[in-house]
Design a protein around this ligand. Sequence first.
Ligand code: TYD
Length: 153
Amino acid sequence: MQRTLVILKPDAVTRGITWKIIDRLESKGLKLVACKMVMLNEEILREHYSHLVDKPFFPDIVKFMTSAPVILQVWEGVDAVDVVRLMTGVTNARQAQPGTIRGDFAMSVARNVIHASESPEIAEQEIKRFFKEEEIFSYKRLDEDMLYEEDEK
Ligand code: TYD
């Protein structure tokens, strides 16, 4: 099983649509194994978005991402990283496919409701950035045996 980091961004929290995003991920068959609400700060955003620190829009990212709390989550499943990225849609929500989370719930590049890890390696780093090992739980979903063929697990 693979793990991926999701951040429900300040727009998702303040617009009251976090449950809709969680509903989609849970209904898909992904397992929520860690979850907490936190206020991000510039220091951690510099680390998390290190590939964007030199961009002219980086101060706006900081302003937006620190404007309200976020919900940090770890989701688990077979190929969870790719599955959640596909469900997330492209960065510019106006161009994101209908049926994706950004495509259905957002209208902006910056205010695009969800962050999802880009690759398994990055997911591992991101999960370590935000969660201690004891904050990540192990349990069985009751439908787990039905969700996958034996050789897919
Ligand atoms: P990025 O890692 O490129 O995209 P994604 O979130 O799809 O993996 O960018 C991180 C976040 O930075 C993105 O979700 C929104 C913000 N952002 C902007 O505000 N303007 C931009 O031009 C880009 C590329 C990103």
